[in-house]
Structure formats: structure tokens, C-alpha cells
Design a binder for this molecule. Structure first.
Ligand code: NAP
Length: 484
């Protein structure tokens, strides 16, 4: 790309309030997924650098915990304003390093930034309780305290929002932190760190390590008893490994992992509205979202209409560089992603699925895949069982609500489910019978900073956002008080 997305003095590690190079002097490239070219480079942090970041976080912890909640909240509120002021720049950088369109990147800036505002408001609402011992004779008091230094590891698909969902509540609760953004999209996080410092965040509260040695850095940090919590967003496989590592020092753990969202369309639904919702649930972030609709389960009598209308919409989308005008769908993150989506579609087609639109990758350069609708997909095809992470909508049909629920639940994952129906009683039954952390009814979008985001089963545990989000960063001390 022609212009440098970030100045050289900001493509460094951020430790103890200082921008500095990696201890070994190493750098690694950030790639533009629209053409595979090198966009820029960043510092390749070592284990020593990560430990220096933890030193800084540990040194800042006591003062930060003692900072008035209002002051912590005001810093977040100022950062919210600064991110708003710089929204266009952040969106451009995010689009360059991740591939999403500018429109989507702006949407993510708005969404991600709301976590800073929400937790600026939560900072002053941390309270314990006072109660009478049910047996009489004493009082029970609880005090909430920050957990302590945290490690945040974030994925490439939402480079800002996956960070602010952790950073916002941690700052509000009085925790310090080391943040390790994804190697493929480090730039957005570096911009955010700069703005948080400008907003007045004290040195050492937030430290950022960009690195190509994620596993070594994670291992070293989790082996250190000063680290008290890890919050991870990423794949289930990596999450499992991190939970095992956290067991040694018994760090608190929040895991936001993979998904395999079912999207149910019942015969009583408004089919046009379901298609509209499907476009959002499927095509947000080119399908590279943990909440992405992965399997479309449609009641037999409306399946043909739904598939035709969805294919018309998907087939009309324009692929291209995310920063160009008129582009609806950007590239996937890398070549491996294109290969993985290609393999899933090819396997489904070999097993009898029919391609209604798309079904292949265009010629390069760049890591694109055509928006695809598949029908007659065998329920046990890999495309139904695995997280697709691409713009592919496999449609299967069902004959009854019981069958729909059983098939929707037949996955190790449990993050998001969607259902389109106009039947209130059914909606209540679905809310109670679908094994997912989140359920969208007649909507293709569940993400909301004021709501508790998170999963069950192999999608992880812990919640981000809502009133629940800050609890992940607070410990409880119970005090028994004799009453005189
Ligand atoms: P990933 O490969 O698990 O990587 C996520 C992060 O973990 C990256 O920063 C990565 O660093 C780091 N990492 C990888 N291996 C590590 C290790 N052994 N030790 C420590 N850190 C390690 O996942 P991804 O491909 O970036 O993201 C896609 C996945 O995230 C999907 O499964 C998606 O569903 C999930 N996701 C979940 C949520 C949610 O809220 N539930 C939200 C978004 C995404 P490098 O970049 O250096 O490899």
C-alpha cells in the first residue's frame, strides 16, 4: 500500500507508558489481505518484553486500584471521545490490516467504542452488600476488589471491539493489563493504546505486546503468579490450551471461543425479514465472526423461497478491496482461510449439496471467496459441523420444531442461535431449549455492549458487556461482623 498506516514510533511495543522496540530488535510484517502485499511492520516482542510488560502492570496495580472510580470512569469517557474523533482513521487502518469494508470498520469502531462508554458508566457502580445474618446476631458485608493484573489475548476478526470488551471493564474495575493483539491485526490495538494514554490512563495500566511468539509469551506470562487473570477471545483449540496453562497458577479465566450458530426459519416467519436478518448474521465481517450464522435450518414449506431470495441477495454483493467505494465484501484474512472455506464447500458438493450462487474463489490477487448459498446439504456435512468463518450459507430443511431444536443443539459449540418466528409461545420454548449463550429472535444481530455476550459448552465461559462484564474483573471479600 502506498501510505504508511501508522507512524514508525507507534509501531512499537507499549510498555510502562513508553513506546519501545523489541528487546531483540525484531520486527514482523503486517499483510494486506486484499492483495497479499506487505502493509507495514511492527515490533516482534520477546518473552523478555512480555515480562517487562507484566512488571509494569504489576507495579501500577496498587495505585490504579486505589484510584477513585470516578477518575477511572472519566478516563474511559475521554477515551470514548478520542476514539470518536479518530473514528475515520481507525476504520481505515482496521480495513487495511483486516480487509473488512470501511463501512463495516466504522461500524466496529462505533460498537467497540461503546464498551468504553458503557464501562465508564459502570466504574462508579461497583458495590458490595450489607445484610443481616439470617440467624441473627451478626452482619454480612461484601467488598469488591479488582482481580489484579490481567492478560488479554485477542483475535484478528474484530481488532478493536475484542479488545475494548476486556480493556473497558478492566480499567473500570481497577485492573492493570498486558494486551496481546493478533499478529495479523496489531495496528488497531496500537492506535487504541495511544488514545487511552492521551485520555490520561496512567503509565503501566495498559501495556501492549505485539509478537510472533504468541504461545511462548502466553506460557511465560501464565507461569507468573503476579498475573491474576486471563481473558481470551479466539479459537476453541487455543482456548483449551490456555485454560490448562492457567490451571498451574489458578488464574481466573474468561474464554470467548468459537461458535457454530444455527439460524432457524419457521414457516410462520416473515420470510423477507428472515432473509434480511440472514444477510446480517451471515455476511457481517464476511462471515468471519464467532456469531456468524453457520447453519441455516429452514422449515420445509418456506425453504425454497428463503433459499432463492437469500441467493439473489448474496449473489448481488460486490467483492473488492475494503477501502474502495461500492464494495460490499472484502477479502478473507489469509490464504489458509480461503483454502479452508474451499475445502468445506467442495466436501459438501461432493456429498450432494447444490450451489445456488458462488461456490468458488475468484482468481487472485487477494484472499477472496464468493458469497455462496448451498442447498440440499447433508446435515452431517463438514460445512454444518465446523465453524466456516467465511461467506457460505448452507441450507438444510426441517419438518418440526422438535427436529429443529435437536439439530440446532447437535454441536459442541453454544455461542449464538437465531430464530425467525412470529409465535410467542414458540419463542419462549426456544429460549429455554436452545443450548446457547445468546439467542436472536427475528434479528440477525445480537451484539450489544449493554448485553452479556458469551457462550456455553465449547464456546467458553464468562460474559463481556452488560452488568455482568465488570464482574469478570472483580473478586469478592466477605466480612463477618459481629453486631455489637
Ligand atoms: P486463534 O488462532 O485462537 O488466535 C487468537 C489469538 O490467540 C491471537 O492473538 C493469536 O496470536 C493468539 N494465540 C494463538 N495461539 C496461541 C497460543 N498457543 N498461546 C497464546 N496465544 C495464542 O483465533 P483466530 O483465528 O485469531 O480467531 C478466530 C477464532 O476466534 C474463531 O474460532 C472465532 O469464533 C473466535 N472468536 C470468538 C469470539 C467470541 O466472543 N466468542 C469473538 C471473536 C472470535 P497470533 O495472531 O500471533 O497467532
Amino acid at each position: 500500500m502506498s501510505t504508511e498506516p501508522l507512524p514508525a514510533d507507534r509501531r512499537q511495543l507499549f510498555i510502562g507508558g513508553e513506546w519501545r522496540g523489541a528487546s531483540g530488535g525484531g520486527r514482523f510484517d503486517v499483510i494486506d489481505p486484499a492483495d497479499g502485499s506487505v502493509l507495514t511492520d511492527v515490533a516482534d516482542g520477546t518473552v523478555d518484553d512480555a515480562m517487562a510488560a507484566l512488571d509494569a502492570a504489576a507495579a501500577a496495580q496498587a495505585d490504579w486500584a486505589a484510584t477513585a472510580p470516578r477518575d477511572r470512569g472519566e478516563i474511559l469517557r475521554r477515551a470514548f471521545g478520542l476514539v470518536n474523533d479518530r473514528a475515520d482513521d481507525i476504520a481505515r487502518v482496521m480495513s487495511l490490516e483486516m480487509g473488512k469494508t470501511i463501512k463495516e470498520a466504522k461500524g466496529e469502531v462505533t460498537y467497540g467504542n461503546e464498551f468504553l462508554r458503557w464501562f465508564s458508566e459502570e466504574a462508579v457502580r461497583i458495590h458490595g452488600r450489607w445484610m443481616h445474618n439470617p440467624a441473627g446476631g451478626s452482619r454480612l458485608l461484601t467488598v469488591k476488589k479488582p482481580v489484579g493484573p490481567c492478560l488479554f489475548i485477542t483475535p484478528w476478526n474484530f481488532p478493536l471491539a475484542m479488545g475494548t470488551r476486556k480493556i473497558g471493564p478492566a480499567i473500570a474495575a481497577g485492573c492493570t493489563m498486558v494486551v496481546k493483539p493478533a499478529g495479523q491485526t496489531p495496528l488497531t490495538m496500537l492506535m487504541l493504546a495511544d488514545l487511552l494514554a492521551e485520555a490520561g490512563l496512567p503509565d503501566g495500566v495498559l501495556n501492549v505486546i505485539t509478537t510472533k511468539s504468541s504461545s511462548k509469551v502466553g506460557e511465560a506470562l501464565l507461569a507468573d503468579p503476579r498475573l491474576r487473570k486471563i481473558s481470551f477471545t479466539g479459537s476453541t483449540e487455543v482456548g483449551r490450551g490456555l485454560v490448562r496453562l492457567a490451571a498451574d497458577q489458578l488464574q481466573r479465566v474468561s474464554m470467548e471461543l468459537g461458535g457454530n450458530a444455527p439460524f432457524l426459519v419457521f414457516a410462520d416467519a416473515d420470510v423477507d425479514a428472515a432473509v434480511e436478518g440472514a444477510m446480517i448474521a451471515k455476511m457481517r465481517n464476511m462471515g468471519e465472526a464467532c456469531t456468524s450464522a453457520n447453519r441455516f435450518l429452514v422449515e420445509e414449506s418456506v425453504a425454497e423461497e428463503f433459499a432463492r431470495k437469500l441467493a439473489d441477495r448474496m449473489g448481488a454483493l460486490t467483492l473488492g478491496r475494503g477501502q474502495d467505494d461500492g464494495v460490499d465484501v472484502g477479502p478473507l484474512i489469509d490464504e489458509k482461510a480461503v483454502e479452508s472455506v474451499t475445502a468445506l464447500v467442495d466436501q459438501a458438493v461432493d456429498a450432494g449439496a447444490r450451489v445456488v450462487t458462488g461456490g468458488s474463489a475468484p482468481d487472485g490477487p487477494g484472499y477472496f471467496y464468493r458469497p455462496t448459498v448451498l442447498v440440499d446439504v447433508p446435515p452431517d456435512a463438514d460445512v454444518n459441523a465446523e465453524e466456516i468463518f467465511g461467506p457460505v450459507a448452507p441450507i438444510t430443511t426441517f419438518a418440526s420444531e422438535d427436529e429443529a431444536v435437536e439439530r440446532a443443539n447437535a454441536t459442541e459449540y453454544g455461542l449464538t442461535a437465531y430464530a425467525y418466528t412470529r409465535d410467542l409461545a414458540r419463542t419462549i420454548r426456544l429460549a429455554e431449549s436452545l443450548d446457547f449463550g445468546m439467542l436472536g429472535i427475528n434479528t440477525g444481530l445480537v451484539s450489544n455492549p449493554a448485553a452479556p455476550f458469551g457462550g456455553v459448552k465449547a464456546s467458553g465461559f464468562g460474559r463481556e458487556g452488560g452488568f455482568e462484564g465488570i464482574e469478570e474483573y472483580l473478586d469478592t471479600t466477605y466480612v463477618a461482623l459481629p453486631a455489637g
